[in-house]
Write a protein that binds this ligand. Structure first.
Ligand SMILES: Cc1cc2nc3c(=O)[nH]c(=O)nc-3n(C[C@H](O)[C@H](O)[C@H](O)COP(=O)(O)OP(=O)(O)OC[C@H]3O[C@@H](n4cnc5c(N)ncnc54)[C@H](O)[C@@H]3O)c2cc1C
Length: 406
């Protein structure tokens, strides 16, 4: 018999789990299912990231990302303390490596003020050295509310909350097809058929594919950009104690190769940003030919790679993927004492970056709707930071729009 739900959420990452939690807390009368194709929660981006709870000085003021990042930062800090999720407030430094880059710090400080990020200051070189003696630069932006967190533990805990409040977690359950009917949606999955009044698509790297099944978001495609990390050896585990970023490139949604202290005591360096050979192709030479050819034949992709600036950056990034010395050279611009022998290859994660048909890398989150479905596209960084706030925001929004009846 077909199991019936009020709400079926596809994707057990940070966004889907937070949405399930917010729904079960705020609308306990609803029958909620959380479908995840893997055998565990947070298997993809939500468990393969820098583990940073961003403070919110980077997103464009007025964007949904800016609002949810700042709210999400304080919500996660409070949640982690309440639920014993490993978290540490270490602060963030964005380092101007030369005089020319100091202007970017002032722009970020203005954004911090517009986004109402507390405590952000610009430090001179000496003040910066007091915090991070191994970092070199002319000045730095310091944001004290940046934290590091065990991202997998966070998402696991959030999903457990939802289950405790009545959500049904269906692991190893891959959504194959969707059919929208007058009264709801029929979902065909690897575990049989379900029906639901509404479907909430939080499928990360496959969110566009699922939206396209119902004919929305066709002007967008996800281009998977892999981010590869190195990790410092045990002797260099204290080379930094917080988070050290280069100034962001205003043309791109990716933060440059940076240093992050982890909750496990090590330091990760990265990620770079290289086109992946498939949506889940975590290794350098891994290819999913069907997905790869589908990506490179997207109209937006073709326009993107013919942009001279993007192409130059892409080649530089590819070099950091193929050559350890190119990667280390980039990292040494922040921490000059680092040697190749101090780094070992680490994990990688893949960004579900949305590109529109004109070849623009989309910056903000995108939400698409049909009568019985809602699709969260472009849940890229700082999606982990935004997740708890995003869950609550969506419940509010969907109630206002009449998808959820109070
Ligand atoms: C390298 C990297 C570093 C990052 N660093 C940070 C950071 O430090 N701080 C920060 O805030 N953000 C960071 N981010 C961004 C953050 O990780 C993501 O925004 C966030 O994890 C997105 O969550 P999600 O739930 O949308 O996606 P995911 O975690 O990818 O979850 C989607 C889930 O949907 C499932 N799924 C897909 N298709 C189906 C299907 N057909 N049926 C059933 N299930 C399906 C997948 O298996 C997956 O588990 C980083 C991202 C990357 C890639």
């Amino acid at each position: 018999m077909t199991e019936r739900y009020d709400v079926a959420i596809v994707g057990g990452g940070a966004i889907g789990s937070s949405l399930a939690r917010a729904l079960t807390l705020k609308k306990p009368q609803l029958k909620v299912a959380l479908l995840e194709k893997e055998k565990s929660i947070a298997y993809h981006a939500s468990g393969r990231n820098s583990g940073v709870v961003h403070s919110g000085f980077h997103p464009k003021p007025g964007s949904l990302k800016a609002k949810l990042c700042v709210e999400g930062n304080s919500m996660i800090r409070e949640y982690a303390r309440m639920r014993n999720v490993p978290i540490k407030q270490v602060g963030t430094l964005v380092v101007a490596r030369n005089e020319d880059e100091i202007g970017v710090l002032s722009n970020l400080k203005e954004r911090a003020e517009a986004n109402r990020v507390p405590g952000v200051m610009i430090l001179d070189a000496q003040e910066m050295k007091k915090l991070e003696p191994n970092v070199q630069g002319s000045a730095a932006l310091h944001s004290p509310t940046g934290c590091i967190i065990d991202s997998r533990a966070l998402v696991q805990s959030v999903a457990e909350d939802a289950v405790r409040k009545g959500a049904k977690l269906l692991l190893g359950c891959e959504l194959l097809t969707l059919k929208e009917r007058i009264e709801g949606v029929t979902l065909t999955t690897t575990k049989g058929e379900l029906s639901s009044r509404i479907v909430l698509n939080c499928a990360g790297l496959y969110a566009d594919t699922i939206a396209h099944m119902l004919g929305v978001g066709r002007q967008y495609a996800i281009i998977p950009f892999r981010g590869e990390y190195y990790q410092t050896t045990a002797e260099k585990a204290n080379v930094i104690s917080s988070m050290i970023y280069p100034p962001p490139d205003p043309e791109l949604p990716f933060l440059g190769i940076h240093f992050t202290k982890t909750m496990h005591g090590s330091v990760i360096v990265g990620p770079n940003a290289v086109l992946a050979g498939g949506r889940e192709a975590y290794d350098t030479f891994q290819f999913n030919l069907k997905e790869f050819f589908s990506t490179i034949s997207e109209p937006g992709f073709l326009k993107l790679v013919t942009d001279a600036y993007f192409l130059r950056v892409a080649v530089k990034q590819l070099r950091t993927s193929l050559s350890k010395s190119a990667f280390v050279k980039e990292a040494r611009r922040l921490v000059p004492s680092l040697r190749e022998a101090d780094l070992v290859k680490g994990f990688s994660g893949i960004r579900a970056q949305l590109v529109d048909d004109d070849g623009n890398l989309v910056d903000d989150f995108v939400i698409e709707y049909t009568d019985h479905s809602v699709h969260i596209l472009n849940a890229v960084s700082p999606g982990l930071t935004c997740s708890l706030a995003f869950g609550e925001y969506l419940v509010e929004l969907l109630t206002q729009k009449g998808y959820i009846i109070s």
